[in-house]
Design a protein around this ligand. Structure first.
Ligand code: ADP
Ligand code: ADP
Ligand code: MG
Length: 644
């Protein structure tokens, strides 16, 4: 086993790797950017080395700086985590040339799976079923269109260099093909510097089922499957293991195909073979097809750990340090069921826009395994993946594990940024999901209902008013005696309510003209007669109500409001990204809500819209510009200018 390793990553995965190292007595070196000086992974590691500026290109993607840090600190090996340099074969070669060990597969194995078209061709030869389609060299649009006709619509266009759902377009009919091809190619060109695509039959009622494999460079075993069908725009939201409805026969067939795939490329370490599965009529031995291989530890690896009892990071370290595979296939088995939910700082009603903020309050229940890279007081910056935590639960059956996931999410508390927490809670209550009827279209079909079920309701807002007024503080709740009703206006950043205290444990809150009767006893709260599962928490950024339908009310800040009012003439970039397109010209009249520009960031495209009606005074950015968070993009004429 190694004495000391360096972790070339940040956030929850860096912390996750350090956890296993500690248990194994392996010393750890963290690396960090300017934005991460005070990050959790830096605090957890035995040593930490500063490697550059906040942009990934200036730090976490700087292979030479990372290798130098490893040599300077005497680390023997580098763990890449996921993302960043984890699937970069040139980095693997540089690590090895420096006399260090890369904890992962060989550069050759990564290259073999790096492009989806070549990987599919290779898998066909290895006898692994691949999705029917065209993955040849001829990229002429007419040829691709003919291939699409031949495959039969609907088809999926995929960037051969793709990842994270980018450069992918579903095409329902031939007349839409040319446009979809154009936009897929241009997205792929920007994201991966490679515009080439392949075309696949779009599998109906698709399920995403992937198999965890582990190799020693010659032989491989599999650690069963994970179902990652709960996706939004091809991005995983909740994952589980094993897959609902899996039969021993199909599991055996998928496991064998995955092991064949790994052995075909001499795979070493942890990897994942992703299959697309036809879920229209149960799972079948001839109803799954290879999509791609991820040659790294996967984000959702904890669900596999939960059902197998294996620590995959420990296995990675053992195999990389020269030990044999820790278990034979027949020694591996499944116990119970596990779920993982990805908790993100994102604005769900605004279209899941990545959010930022200082986590004024952060608390997790001890009933779940929590993988996180942040602590209370830390900031979710615009520079990196806005993940806050992964919440992982295990139980003897799927129903038990799922109800544990629901409770763990209800007991999770985040304030200081909007999150997808309540959306995740709504998902755990979704009838089809509860019944195990999953497919990749589930979230899309019920998106509006799920967003509605996650939105703050009047009851939660009334409780937040009580909290903001200080009535939920334990000292007040215990000893308060009031001789007469107390009537006052409670104002916060964005609204106000009338509060009438009616006596100890009783108040009326009038919100938007509707009165709500609030009663309380100890930690129990009733609104309009209904017992609420909410908790009221005061923190240094205001007051929050948790327990589903989270509400946070921030105290009034007159300065900030003045700034906002003056600032609505400027459309600023909400995060660092690439300006994809600009849709207005100087002098053009726009209405509130009109699309001004499209920004590509965090793997998604975001439409930036006009905050108010007006006339465009100045266009400050153009398509192709790389912009920082807060960069001005479009300026509208001030009202005075307009009148003149
Ligand atoms: P996995 O296949 O391991 O579940 P994903 O497919 O979700 O991971 O993501 C692929 C890669 O993109 C991962 O290596 C991860 O680091 C990175 N990634 C995931 N989500 C984001 C995000 N919101 N922004 C930037 N990168 C991300
Ligand atoms: P990425 O590299 O972006 O992860 P994948 O090839 O793994 O790309 O596909 C991502 C997701 O897109 C899958 O999880 C699945 O939901 C969907 N998908 C991919 N291929 C197909 C297909 N042929 N038919 C239906 N859905 C598909
Ligand atoms: Mg994938």
């Amino acid at each position: 086993m190694f004495q000391k390793i360096l972790i070339a990553n940040r956030g929850e995965i860096a912390c996750r790797v350090i956890d296993s190292c500690r248990r194994l007595g392996v010393a750890t070196v963290a690396v960090f950017s300017d934005a991460d000086r005070a990050a959790r992974h830096v605090a957890m590691a035995d040593e930490a080395v500063h490697i550059g500026g906040p942009a990934p290109a200036d730090s976490y993607l700087k292979g030479d700086a990372i290798i130098a840090a490893a040599r300077d600190t005497g680390a023997e090996a580098i763990h890449p985590g996921y993302g960043f340099l984890s699937e970069n074969p040139d980095f693997v070669e540089a690590v090895e040339a420096a006399g260090l060990i890369f904890i992962g597969p060989s550069a050759k194995a990564i290259r073999a799976m790096g492009l989806k078209d070549a990987a599919k061709a290779l898998m066909e030869t290895a006898g692994v079923p691949v999705v029917p389609g065209y993955h040849g060299q001829d990229q002429h649009p007419d040829h691709l269109a003919r291939m699409a006709d031949q495959i039969g619509y609907p088809v999926l266009i995929k960037a051969v260099a793709g990842g994270g759902g980018k450069g992918m377009r579903l095409v329902e009919a031939g007349r839409d093909f040319a446009d979809a091809l154009d936009s897929a190619r241009s997205e792929a060109k920007t994201a991966f510097g490679n515009p080439d695509v392949l075309i696949e039959k779009y599998i109906q009622q698709p399920r995403h089922i992937e198999v965890q494999v582990f190799g020693d460079g010659t032989r491989a075993v599999h650690l069963f499957e994970r179902d990652c069908s709960l996706q939004r725009r091809h991005q995983k939201v909740i994952e589980e293991a094993p897959a609902p409805g899996m039969t021993p026969e199909v599991r055996k067939a998928m496991g064998a195909a995955a092991v064949r795939a790994a052995e075909a490329i001499g795979y070493a370490g942890a990897g994942t073979i992703e299959f697309i599965v036809d879920g229209s009529d149960g799972l079948r031995e001839d109803g799954f097809w290879f999509m791609e291989m991820n040659t790294r530890l996967q984000v959702e690896h904890p669900v596999t750990e939960a059902i197998t009892g294996v620590d995959l990071v420990e296995w990675q370290l053992r195999v990389a340090s020269g030990e044999p595979l820790p278990a034979r296939q027949e020694e591996l088995s499944i116990t119970g069921h596990a779920f993982e939910a990805r908790l993100y700082a994102e604005d769900v009603p605004a279209g899941f826009l990545p959010a930022t903020g200082r986590l004024a309050h952060l608390a997790f229940p001890d009933t779940a395994r929590i993988e996180t890279g942040v602590r209370q007081g830390d900031t979710i910056s615009p520079w990196y993946d806005p993940m806050i935590a992964k919440v992982v639960t295990h139980g003897a059956t799927r129903a038990i594990a799922l109800s544990r996931l629901e409770s763990a999410l209800v007991d999770t508390e985040v304030a200081g940024s909007v999150t997808n927490l309540d959306f995740l809670i709504a998902l755990t209550r979704h009838a089809e999901f509860r019944a195990g009827e999953v497919d990749t279209g589930l979230i899309g079909r019920d998106l509006d209902a799920l967003i509605d079920a996650a939105a703050p309701d009047a009851g939660a807002r009334a409780l937040a008013v009580i909290g903001l007024a200080g009535l939920a503080d334990p000292s007040v709740r215990g000893g308060m005696t009031l001789w007469q009703p107390l009537r006052r206006t409670i104002a916060w950043d964005g609204g106000e309510a009338l509060l009438e205290v009616e006596g100890p444990g009783a108040a009326r809150v009038t919100l938007d003209g509707t009165p709500h009767e609030v009663r309380w006893q100890g930690d129990r709260w009733w609104v309009d007669g209904a017992l609420r599962r909410n908790r009221i928490v005061r923190h240094d950024a205001g007051t929050s109500v948790f327990g589903g339908r989270t509400v946070t009310l921030a105290p009034l800040d007159p300065l900030a409001r003045a700034g906002e009012a003056a600032g609505d003439a400027l459309t600023l970039s909400p995060m660092p990204g690439l300006v994809r397109s600009v849709h207005v010209k100087a002098g053009q009249a726009v209405k509130a809500g009109d699309r001004l520009a499209v920004l590509e960031a965090m793997k998604m495209e975001h439409a930036l819209t006009a905050a108010r009606d007006g006339v465009v005074a100045e266009v400050l950015a153009q398509a192709g510009d790389q912009v920082e968070a807060g960069a001005p993009l479009i300026r509208l004429e001030e009202d005075a200018e307009e009148a003149a």
